[in-house]
Design a protein around this ligand. Structure first.
Ligand SMILES: Cc1cc2nc3c(=O)[nH]c(=O)nc-3n(C[C@H](O)[C@H](O)[C@H](O)COP(=O)(O)OP(=O)(O)OC[C@H]3O[C@@H](n4cnc5c(N)ncnc54)[C@H](O)[C@@H]3O)c2cc1C
Length: 311
């Protein structure tokens, strides 16, 4: 884990920094490197480009920590809109959607759990009608129990709904065991949030070791693992474990973020692997961008130049 990761994530919480950064146009190099645009059309265009390269996609309408019912409703409408557009373009079999429960009401006072569940159900229904699936993104550790409870509820009607687990959390190996059952789609990532040491590994080596333990559980289990990482070592280990457990290509997939290691995405796909690219789009790109900057502090100089040159 980079030494700068925690300070950058801490700085990202400052309202002053948010105000300054959010005034950057989406067309700034550093934003477009990670987010293809603000509209459904931009997202679908990016999906088409990836599908043309033999890749799949999962689309994330950006937004998080919504405390307003109207905004949660607008997010649900945006997902329905993009799903309809994927169908219209014949892309629904190659693209699904990723949803953050905090964007659809999880944090609303009193009713949060109920509203998020109902909204998630609506998106799952629209995805099912479109012939595709939903994956519930995982946010910081304070939401893990609530998110997994909503997942369990949703899976009663929509068993195809995907979960996300983060290897940085101490609890995750046990969560992997609980979710490694037939038909269970589980995305394994390292975790992008700043977490305290009583719940999370802080050291990169420990997070990576946990990632490998979780890979063993998921690839050795009965579910459908979605291996979300750009880390060459983790990709290599995952491929070796897949062979060791007799997994055929198509019984698991690799996932990477839009704009990160695109050549590796295409190389894996050309080698016969299923590779899905996570495409974030929309106006609320601030939190997402800051998490990406925290992971790759080399981007900071580039970022600072974009800020200075902003109109
Ligand atoms: C599809 C997908 C979905 C995700 N969903 C979630 C989620 O729901 N919740 C959540 O908390 N997190 C999520 N994440 C983010 C994830 O948790 C990590 O924060 C992020 O992927 C960085 O970790 P890493 O495994 O790529 O490796 P890191 O430990 O960050 O990096 C390891 C190595 O990978 C390579 N690498 C990493 N980043 C880059 C880069 N930008 N350019 C070039 N090489 C690079 C480098 O060789 C680096 O040394 C998701 C990630 C992906 C790919």
């Amino acid at each position: 884990m980079s030494l700068l990761r925690q300070p950058i994530l801490l700085l990202a919480r400052s309202t002053k920094v948010k105000k300054l950064v959010s005034t950057m146009p989406v067309s700034s190099g550093i934003v477009t490197a990670h987010v293809p645009g603000e509209t459904t059309t931009d997202a679908v265009r990016a999906t088409q480009g990836l599908v043309d390269d033999g890749l799949r996609a999962t689309l994330d309408y950006l937004g998080e920590d919504t405390t307003d019912v109207a905004q949660a409703d607008a997010t649900v409408a945006a997902y329905k809109d993009v799903l309809a557009e994927l169908v219209a373009r014949g892309l629904a079999s190659k693209a699904e959607v990723s949803v953050k429960l905090s964007a659809i009401g999880q944090f609303l006072p009193d009713q949060g759990h109920k509203v998020a569940l109902e909204n998630a159900r609506e998106i799952c229904r629209a995805a099912r009608n479109a012939g595709t699936t939903v994956t519930l993104d995982m946010e910081d550790h304070t939401t893990t129990d609530s998110t997994l409870t909503i997942l369990r509820e949703l899976r009663k009607d929509f068993p195809e709904t995907g979960a996300v687990l983060q290897s940085m959390l101490h609890r995750t190996e046990a969560d992997c065991r609980a979710l490694a059952y037939e038909g269970s789609r589980v995305r394994l990532c390292k975790g992008a949030y700043m977490e305290p040491e009583d719940v999370a590994f802080q050291d990169k080596v420990e997070i990576d070791k946990s990632y490998v333990r979780c890979l063993k559980v998921l690839l050795g289990g009965q579910g459908y693992p979605m291996i979300a990482t750009h880390d060459p070592r983790m990709i290599h280990i995952a491929s070796s474990l897949a062979s060791r457990f007799g997994r055929r290509a198509g019984t698991y997939e690799f996932q990477m973020l839009y704009g990160i290691r695109p050549e590796e995405q295409k190389r894996l796909a050309a080698a016969g692997e299923t590779v899905r690219v996570y495409i974030p789009y929309g106006t609320e790109w601030y939190g997402y961008l800051m998490r990406r900057l925290a992971e790759k502090p080399q981007n900071i100089a580039f970022f600072a130049r974009s800020l200075v040159s902003k109109k």
